[in-house]
Design a protein around this ligand. Structure first.
Ligand SMILES: Cc1cc2nc3c(=O)[nH]c(=O)nc-3n(C[C@H](O)[C@H](O)[C@H](O)COP(=O)(O)O)c2cc1C
Length: 229
């Protein structure tokens, strides 16, 4: 079983100790640390320190070949460079993020916009016809930990059509180089009733299984993924 894995934890909640997604992430990290996985752990706290938004300077810089970039362009890409380096190094991405207005919080989305960048995390080639974009990274594992105030966001749930968080992350994950993913979600936070307690307990109880399955995913398939980054 593969035990040397670099992990990147992205926390997207603006809340501190009270954040349910931070609590889920922290619990998952307890399993990670307690079970002899070596490798680096990097936390990127975008909830508390929101990334800059993409600007016109940023776009111009991203589309300029590295050798031709001015110092202003390099400055515009500085955050992105660091965030991309963290992602490239990671075998495992733990993305802990609340649902805000039925989708990703702005800070988490800003991180996504900083890391999904032409010639870095994806290539663009019109020779590919109607689908010119392809990810450059592959083989990463993702654990998506979410929390919502309402409920019924699962596929057959009463608010499935309002869930713009999970389908969005699923689409994005491809461009982050994710090949396998797992998730745990808390719902009912705003109801503060028994259903909330049950949902919370269920989400936390999934974490050890996710941890085991994640490690097992390296035994059968691509132990060589470290070289694919
Ligand atoms: C700005 C904001 C927007 C929210 N939008 C939604 C929403 O659209 N749907 C929902 O079910 N809950 C929504 N919530 C509730 C959060 O998803 C819920 O409180 C969740 O537990 C937050 O995660 P955290 O505890 O990790 O911060 C919103 C909360 C905030 C602060």
């Amino acid at each position: 079983m593969k035990k040397e894995l670099n992990l990147l934890l992205v926390n997207g909640s603006p809340r501190g100790e009270r954040s349910l997604t931070r609590q889920l992430a922290s619990s998952f990290m307890d399993y990670w640390r307690a079970n002899g996985v070596t490798g680096t752990i990097k936390e990127h706290d975008v909830g508390r320190n929101p990334p800059p938004f993409v600007t016109e300077d940023w776009v111009a810089a991203a589309f300029t070949p590295p050798a031709d970039r001015t110092s202003r362009m390099k400055q515009a890409l500085a955050y992105s460079d660091t965030a991309i380096a963290e992602l490239k190094k990671a075998d495992v991405l733990v993305l802990a993020t609340p649902m805000h207005n039925y989708g990703l919080p702005a800070a988490t989305k800003a991180w996504v916009d900083q890391v999904i960048r032409v010639n870095e995390t994806f290539s663009f080639d019109l020779g590919r016809g109607d689908f010119p974009i392809e990810p450059k990274l592959s083989g990463k594992r993702m654990v998506l930990l979410t929390s919502a105030g309402e409920f019924g966001f699962e596929q057959s749930g009463i608010r499935a059509g309002k869930n713009h968080l999970h389908p969005h992350v699923e689409t994005i994950a491809h461009y982050l180089g994710v090949s396998h993913s797992w998730g745990a979600s808390i719902e009912y936070q705003e109801f503060v009733d028994q259903r909330f307690e049950k949902s919370k307990a269920r989400a936390f109880s999934k974490l050890p299984d996710i941890f085991e399955e994640l490690l097992l995913s390296y035994t059968s398939t691509d132990d060589a993924t470290k070289n694919s980054k």
